[in-house]
Design a binder for this molecule. Structure first.
Ligand SMILES: [Zn+2]
Length: 254
């Protein structure tokens, strides 16, 4: 059912949340655009202007690793300054109220954690860009550390001092395998939810887009909140084609 207007959509969503015990939000780029994080995949987004660096290229070439870090530092103004938006805060409120066992996100911006959700309750399908890891020994490095080394070496990306492995943002790059643990946890969350809310995702990127179907197949009600129509609107119990922040703001605990 597509909500006729914003007020009707909010009202119906409140009823669904009220009647649910395990609300699982599934979030995409749309929830973070009001926080100043660009939607890389949208028309006019960064991936339409700049070809992404494939994981195999990152591994194969120092120049590609340097370029990858140059791009990441160029975006730090946006990522570093971003604060949780109304959608994140609404979800955090439901989490604090004990309604949300976990959040599945396609975003890499760390904003669910920044809104007060415990890191181990956020399942990141595409990783996290706010820190880095060694690809060989998995040691964590802060971006400030990488940036200092990078600058000191004249724009050359550092390798791990412990093992010599390459250091990369903790994101899942194009051509890089999906993290098995995150996929498994997302599957379990989807299966055990009784209300699955897809927020700000065009639901076109697979396998991530399969989770709403998993939830539905296991008996959950499905809500889609997205500015544009998605391929799953027909099977959703509620579809809201309005601004995400405006739709979720009433769920922020006062
Ligand atoms: Zn290492």
């Amino acid at each position: 059912m597509i909500a006729a207007d914003l007020v009707t959509g909010i009202q119906r969503l409140m009823e669904l949340v009220e009647g649910a015990t395990a609300v699982v939000p599934f979030t995409g780029a749309g929830i973070s655009t009001e926080c100043g994080i660009p939607d890389f995949r949208s028309p006019g987004g960064i991936w339409t202007k700049m070809r992404p660096i494939d994981f195999s290229e990152f591994l194969a070439s120092q120049e590609m690793r340097d370029e990858s870090w140059r791009r990441r530092f160029a975006m730090e103004e946006q990522f570093g300054a971003a604060k949780p938006g109304r959608g994140h805060r609404a979800i955090a409120s439901l989490y604090q109220a004990g309604k949300v066992p976990g959040i599945i996100t396609q975003n890499i911006d760390n904003l669910h954690q920044a809104s007060g959700v415990a890191a181990d309750r956020v399942v990141e399908l595409h990783g996290n860009t706010t820190y880095a890891i060694c690809l060989d020994c998995a040691k964590r490095y802060e971006l400030s550390w990488v940036r200092q080394r990078y600058a000191a070496a004249g724009g050359r990306s550092p390798d791990c001092p412990d093992c010599g492995g390459h250091i990369k943002t903790a994101t899942v790059s194009f051509g890089q395998a999906m993290p098995e643990d995150a996929m498994q946890r997302a599957q379990e969350l989807a299966e055990s939810s009784d209300l699955f809310i897809a927020v700000g995702s065009s639901l076109v990127v697979w396998p991530a887009a399969g989770f709403p179907l998993v939830a539905k197949r296991h008996g959950a009600k499905l809500v889609i909140i997205n500015r544009d129509p998605t391929d799953f609107d027909d099977i959703a119990d509620l579809v809201v084609h309005h601004d995400i922040g405006a739709t979720l703001a009433p769920f922020i605990a006062q």
